[in-house]
Design a protein around this ligand. Structure first.
Ligand SMILES: Cc1cc2nc3c(=O)[nH]c(=O)nc-3n(C[C@H](O)[C@H](O)[C@H](O)COP(=O)(O)OP(=O)(O)OC[C@H]3O[C@@H](n4cnc5c(N)ncnc54)[C@H](O)[C@@H]3O)c2cc1C
Length: 355
């Protein structure tokens, strides 16, 4: 049967395996697939440039003494050559037609044999006056913009930064920015950092170690508004009435899995795109992996009523991608997550937590 759509991905009649997203999940699936299927047509579609880099290093850059440029791993085209796949960069997937197995993208239609969604998560934004003055870091470009904002502080070499959120990413940035010589404030509604993940003694140990670096904690309160002064400083008003003036405000209040694209296509979505033990969504031709996915394999009766759950970390991506690639190439293989310790990159008080 002839292909009713014009495939922007391939001029051959064979439909490719299409991977949407060029983060760690997308590139890991592409690499693992290529290793077991040397001749399969594979296309990676990304709304970004497709660059391959280590996202975890972004919250560890000062400790590693890395410049922004040094954090850039392999540019998209070189990565595509290395892995041996076609890359459609700067191409947004707008919708998925699961009846015809076709993607509608900003560069035209792409017919697929199988689809892997690796579209990540969005930083959660707090709706408050002045939110437009708040930065967040979820990719290399965000981090480059953040470092530019720090470098733009000309009144002193030491910028002051208010971090909203004392979770994993907020605590890591607090440690790293202090190491880089910057003055850090951390605001969190909880009574201690990483309250959801750490025992009380560990949490207090972390707070003491970061305080010894000069980090100022504002706990049990939240940021309510941000106002920019004519000189470019940011005045952050806290719920407890305090006003903290800093150069840069960074939000690290969490991520929300990108589910809208899948939901609009009629796929099951909860705390992420639901996938079964094989990594398959509610459509058997469509898979999901990485920060966008909620895995049945990670469900626990005591968490979210036993619903599929997200694991927004590196190790689960590796585990899920390896199993999924076997399934994609004809050997149905369940994703089995063992115990996963995530290292918290706070050198002042090294820790690990269970994912
Ligand atoms: C600062 C920071 C530090 C971290 N440190 C650690 C750590 O130490 N240890 C750890 O285990 N984890 C860490 N993590 C988490 C880990 O980095 C992530 O779990 C992982 O990188 C997620 O990869 P991903 O490919 O699922 O998503 P992403 O990297 O978000 O990639 C999503 C991709 O999808 C593309 N995309 C989205 N929508 C579309 C669309 N409609 N069309 C086309 N393309 C689209 C995006 O452009 C992007 O390329 C950290 C995260 C951050 C932010």
């Amino acid at each position: 049967m002839s292909n009713p759509t014009i495939s922007a991905a391939s001029s051959t009649t064979a439909r490719p395996i299409a991977i949407v997203g060029s983060g760690l999940a997308g590139w890991t699936v592409a690499r693992e697939l290529r290793a077991v299927a040397p001749d399969a047509p594979i296309v990676v579609i990304s709304e970004g440039r497709g660059d391959f880099y280590s996202k975890p290093m972004l919250s560890n850059a000062f400790a590693l003494n890395k410049s922004v440029d040094a954090l850039m791993g392999v540019p998209g085209p070189a990565q595509a050559d290395k892995v041996g796949v076609q890359l459609m960069a700067n191409t947004q997937v707008l919708s998925i037609d699961t009846a015809t197995n076709t993607l509608h993208t900003s560069a035209g239609e792409v017919a697929y044999a199988k689809l892997v969604l690796a579209i990540g998560a969005d930083p959660i934004r707090l709706s408050m006056p002045g939110d437009e003055h708040v930065l967040s870091v979820n990719n290399w470009d965000d981090y480059a913009a953040f470092r530019l904002a720090l470098d733009a502080v000309i009144h002193s070499e030491r910028a002051s930064v208010l971090i909203m959120g004392a979770g994993l990413i907020g605590s890591e940035f607090a440690n790293d920015l202090s190491t880089g010589g910057h003055k850090v404030h951390v605001v969190d509604p909880g009574e201690r950092p990483l309250a959801n993940l750490l025992a009380v003694e560990q949490s207090h140990g972390l707070q003491q170690a970061l305080s010894a670096l000069g980090v100022q904690f504002h706990l049990g309160t939240t940021a309510q508004s941000v106002q920019a002064t004519p000189q470019g400083a940011k005045r952050v008003t806290l719920a407890n009435g305090q006003v903290v003036q800093v150069d840069v405000v960074l939000s690290a209040v969490g991520l929300r899995a990108r589910g809208a694209l899948a939901q609009a296509a009629g796929l099951a979505v909860g705390r992420g795109i639901h996938v079964n033990e094989l990594g398959q969504t509610s459509n058997p031709h469509v898979f999901a992996v990485g920060d966008c996915a909620a895995y049945a394999s990670a469900a626990k009766p005591e968490l979210f009523g036993g619903a599929p759950r997200g694991l927004p970390f590196v190790a689960p991506i590796m585990t899920a991608a390896k199993a999924m690639v076997k399934t994609l190439t004809g050997v149905p293989t369940p994703i089995v997550f063992g115990p996963m310790a995530v290292r918290v990159k706070t050198p002042a008080f090294p820790l690990s937590v269970q994912a």
